[in-house]
Ligand binder design. Structure first.
Ligand SMILES: NC(=O)c1ccc[n+]([C@@H]2O[C@H](COP(=O)([O-])OP(=O)(O)OC[C@H]3O[C@@H](n4cnc5c(N)ncnc54)[C@H](OP(=O)(O)O)[C@@H]3O)[C@@H](O)[C@H]2O)c1
Length: 276
């Protein structure tokens, strides 16, 4: 029985992924901000009658909460076989996390950066540790600029571009982590899950969502790809890859820039230094 930890697993791609692993009899931990929603998901998964499903409270809006939840896991687990950084949000509005970061950068990227570094020793305890990052083709619109990290420093906000920035950061983190883990038992890979029918589009105007929906795929599709990345023998040696459902996996020039990845890594270490 493998231990699989998934952020944002109460709905969408996270829940579909949890379903895949529970069906195969694994131990799946749902790390979710809303315990009520998470327990509802847990009940549905338990009804499959396989594996083991646990819930842990995690609010990626707060680095302090990320730190505390990670510490709880470090106390209670011996290893994590698969760490899936899935939770994410999209908003057209300029908002800040508890720590003052622009919310999409803070939740989608920086909190997962801290989460991953805190939990890395547990992943390294696994026989073959796997770290999987939910990036997006929207990274093509992204850029990394320190002036966009803190919400109160942003003059002209564009929610779509900020989402792109956060997804570029996810991909750069996957790449630099892969480089740092090269030759070890742990791999780091990223994917664009395709355009997926999920709650992520909840803030879109209804007419836009209805048009978009025609092109969206079901969350079970990326869930199957994630399972493949985690356990398929064809992925055994793949590290630092980026794959995509639906579209060719085109990486932007920035996403291929390992110096940018290293710089972001160093900047991020400074941003979360109080917790490491
Ligand atoms: N859907 C797509 O077309 C698409 C395309 C490319 C990439 N992606 C990426 O795929 C991942 C999963 O997205 P999805 O489509 O499955 O979206 P979703 O259905 O909206 O699920 C997102 C999950 O993230 C959780 N979350 C949001 N903010 C959080 C926070 N502050 N702390 C903890 N959890 C938080 C949500 O919790 P609540 O239920 O409590 O809100 C939910 O469980 C995201 O990283 C997204 O960027 C999606």
């Amino acid at each position: 029985m493998k231990t699989i930890l998934i952020t944002g697993a109460n709905t969408g791609i996270g829940l579909a992924t949890a379903t895949e692993f529970v069906k195969d009899g694994h131990h799946v931990i749902l790390a979710c901000r809303n315990l009520e929603k998470a327990q509802h998901a847990q009940q549905g998964l338990a009804a499959l009658g396989r594996g083991k499903v646990e819930v842990i409270q995690l609010d990626l809006n707060s680095l302090d909460n990320v730190n505390q939840t990670a510490n709880q896991l470090i106390e209670n687990l011996d290893k994590i076989d698969v760490l899936i950084n899935n939770a994410g949000m999209m908003t057209p509005n300029l908002e800040a996390t508890t720590d003052g970061f622009e919310k999409q950068f803070g939740v989608n990227y920086l909190a997962h950066f801290l989460w991953t570094l805190k939990l890395l020793p547990l992943v390294q305890n696994a026989e073959k540790g796997r770290i999987i990052h939910l990036a997006s083709m929207m990274h093509l619109l992204g850029s990394i600029q320190a002036k966009n990290f803190k919400a109160n420093q942003i003059k002209h906000y564009n929610g779509v571009l900020s989402y792109g920035n956060s997804k570029l950061a996810n991909l750069l983190f996957s790449n630099i982590l892969a480089a740092k883990l090269k030759g070890s038992k742990v791999t780091s890979n990223a994917l664009h899950p395709g355009g997926v029918d999920s709650e992520i589009y909840r803030e879109l105007p209804k007419y836009q969502y209805n048009a978009l929906k025609l092109f969206l795929i079901q969350p079970s599709k990326p869930a199957q790809l994630i399972k493949k990345i985690a356990f398929d023998s064809s992925w055994e040696k793949r590290n630092g890859d980026y794959v995509s459902l639906q579209t060719p996996a085109i990486k932007s020039r920035k996403a291929k820039n390992m110096q940018l990845a290293e710089d972001l890594y160093e900047q991020s270490l400074t941003l979360v230094k109080d917790y490491l």
